[in-house]
Design a protein around this ligand. Sequence first.
Ligand code: PLP
Length: 416
Amino acid sequence: MTSEEIKTLDGEHVMQTYARFDAVFDHGEGAALYSPEGKKYIDFTSGIGVSSLGYGNKPWADAVRQQALKLQHTSNLFYNEPYARLAEVLTKRSGMKNVFFANAGGEANEGMIKLARKYSFDKYGPGRSSIITLRQSFHGRTITTLAATGQDQFHNFFFPFTEGFSHVPPNDIKALQDALAARAVSSLGVDGTAALKPVAASGGVCAVMVELIQGEGGVNPLAPGYVKEVETLCRELDILLLVDEVQTGVGRTGAVFAYQKYGIRPDVVSFAKGIANGLPMGGFLANEKCSAVLTHGTHATTFGGNPVSAAGALEVMNQLTDDVLRGVGEKGGRIMSEVGKWNLPIVREVRGMGLMIGVSLDGVAPKAVAEKCVERGLLILTAGNDALRFLPPLVITDGEIDAGLKILKDVLEGIS
Ligand code: PLP
């Protein structure tokens, strides 16, 4: 089919929930995608941080194909090898105790939230179920993960949301302390004493949930000192620290997980996007303390840990060697320093970690820049209100980076 025929079918038969760019893809190779007519695009998006091994990755395709021929699904009422092996690899490389497999990021975060509430219920009884998240965060599109998301623009239309979520500004430990203290006083009554037990001192809060680099919110890395303080506060009050690594995880920042770069130990960490190079998979890893909270019958999902997705994920983890992770850091550094050197007045700031990079712009809508880039053969994302976002495949080559950056520079120079 031609690009025009495909767009017509979409317009007639698909719910129009996506403001799609004007580009249709047929196949890809490395970090390049091609339209049905053969137009080439350099991909700085990897399908929003998903196609970590790029396109046409033969060992990955072989692993998926072989597993599909052998066994594609059985249900979680039975055992099979791929998910069990993947669980071993993920726990070893994360230092966590065990894993629950889901299918996407929002679903993974929902499970993580359930775990936090049950942890608290089992230990302290009812009434300690609130979760604090950060402003500008993004945690998913389900009703509960929308409630967790700290951006008002996502809170239209879909009321009522799951209760028990509140948001504090990022990088402001006092705001978090105040939010906890305010609730502690109200849960203790006016004569609240200083000797607060964790249940009261937490003010009914069972968890704090953060993205270490807020992706959709603008590619804003949290300050390392702040993250350490949040970890300490959570430990003191027995509040679980939930880290949403749906976007930052699986090599994106140059470590398997970004929390390893920050030097913290979350209680639970979610992942999705890059784990299976494009096959649907997500999940969450729990530490020893949280590993037995979800028991038989308390959580489940039909497709979770699907053998084909798990075989793809095993190959992703196999290719995510120390060399590749080092390369992610180096390539990200190259992109950031190159964009910085352009010295363009419309570029306000370049920030990020590894191959998760944000470039905030002055006086021009990032979407307009991204659209011009697409016309010229470069795919790039936006984030927040003012930033361009780079999430290229982790295996992008220096040549592909240079070709993409040349297009971006030309477009930005044309606009400024
Ligand atoms: N959490 C974060 C940090 C994300 O970036 C996203 C998606 O962009 C999600 C959760 C939701 O993931 P999914 O779209 O796979 O449900």
